[in-house]
Write a protein that binds this ligand. Structure first.
Ligand code: 5AD
Ligand code: SF4
Ligand code: FES
Length: 363
């Protein structure tokens, strides 16, 4: 390996050009980068993986993102929403399995009934085990007032991926209309941070038209925003969406996986103390994808708790992992898979982002 590359690898404050050098690494260089991601993680955090039991509340969505199977324009999905009792029994299961936190996710809705239901559900979830479950929401763009209501109900983390931090690329993967505004999305992230949520964002890797420069800008965007959490995953073309037509512009699965891992490792170097999700999409492009993401610097996994009968209706992208597995199967499966790479699950803990906790304590 040449000295220039080794030098870049040892830095923490990487600039755009240096990030691109790292993202272009292949073979031995790529392996050295992934090892560095792990090394930085272990020196700032530990070998513990935090779990968020994922509850896919509903797949009704007002939006029409060009890549997503749940888009309102897709007439081939059977739409569902969980009853309060179904959500709460998932949350109780998370508590019994020792997951420590749940993440409530759904298609985007902003009607008053939805807002009130989520508020009620968050309050009920917080009662389980006397407030012992951490609550993450991933429910899209909402008004600051709505975000505040849910925060006051007890939610303390929120995930809203920017999808691409480059406005031009954003509008290549979203319709250009008032429902899909890049500026509004940025505003939502700012609202979430202002309210005091542990705020997470992220992008898809391997999108049509996406360049290494875009990806470097995404990483610098996370850093500039000083977010507490990031979720990165490969883009997976969905046949019932408009973007599928451009699938020839999408790198092969192996390349998308490698690029995702390199993004994780570089981001771990740039932001050593954030929480980073090993997205389930990783496992769709590579059976070992999530473990590889953990071994490159990620530290959070979101095992699915959605009742089996609904899982096949939550096809954001095709071939989602664990669709036929029961929650307790995933739990033992994860224990074994993580032990094999020298990691362990931290049970019964919220698993807050160290970056966030430190910032809060400093205030
Ligand atoms: N491939 C990969 N990820 C996708 N998402 C939506 N559609 C796809 C796809 N086809 C991701 C988006 C969104 C999250 C809920 O799922 O990043 O924010
Ligand atoms: Fe709806 Fe989210 Fe899918 Fe966009 S990505 S269509 S907002 S579920
Ligand atoms: Fe679900 Fe392995 S994590 S079966």
């Amino acid at each position: 390996m040449d000295i220039a590359f080794e030098d870049i690898l040892r830095k923490q404050d990487l600039d755009r050009d240096e990030i691109q050098v790292l993202l272009a690494a292949e073979g031995d260089r790529m392996q050295a980068l992934l090892r560095r991601g792990l090394e930085v993680k272990l020196s700032h955090l530990d070998n513990c993986v935090h779990l968020r039991g994922l509850i896919e509340y509903g797949n009704v969505c007002e939006k029409d993102c060009l890549y997503c199977g749940l888009r309102s324009g897709n007439g081939r999905v059977e739409r569902y929403r969980l009853s309060d009792e179904e959500v709460l029994s998932c949350a109780r299961l998370a508590y019994e399995l020792g997951y420590g936190s749940v993440a409530l996710q759904s298609g985007e809705r902003s009607d008053p009934e939805f807002i009130a239901t989520i508020e009620r559900l968050v309050r009920e979830i917080k009662k389980i085990g006397g407030g012992s479950l951490g609550v993450t929401l991933s429910l899209g763009e909402q008004s600051e007032d709505t975000y505040r209501r849910w925060f006051e109900a007890g939610a303390h983390r929120y995930l809203l991926r920017i999808e691409s931090s480059t406005e031009e690329l954003y509008y290549k993967i979203h319709p250009r209309n008032e429902k899909h505004s890049f500026r509004k999305r940025l505003g939502c992230l700012e609202s979430l941070m202002r309210i005091g949520y542990q705020t997470g964002t992220g992008v898809m890797v391997g999108l049509p038209f996406q360049t290494p420069g875009h990806l470097a800008d995404d990483l610098l965007f996370f850093k500039r925003m000083d977010v507490a959490m990031v979720g990165l995953g490969p883009y997976i073309p969905h046949p019932d969406t408009p973007l599928y037509r451009l699938r020839d512009l999408v790198p092969p699965a192996e390349k998308r996986m490698d690029l995702t891992l390199k993004m994780i490792a570089v981001l771990r170097i740039l932001m050593p103390e954030i929480n980073m999700v090993a997205a389930t999409a990783n496992q769709t492009v590579d059976p070992q994808g999530r473990e590889k993401a953990i071994a490159a610097g990620a530290n959070v996994i979101m095992p699915n708790l959605t009742p089996g009968e609904y899982r096949e209706s939550y096809f954001i992208y095709p071939d989602k992992a664990c669709v036929k597995d029961q929650p307790d199967q995933c739990k033992s499966c994860l224990d074994i898979r993580l032990a094999a790479i020298g990691h362990k699950i931290l049970y019964n803990a919220w698993g807050d982002s160290l970056a966030f906790t430190k910032k809060k304590d400093a205030r």
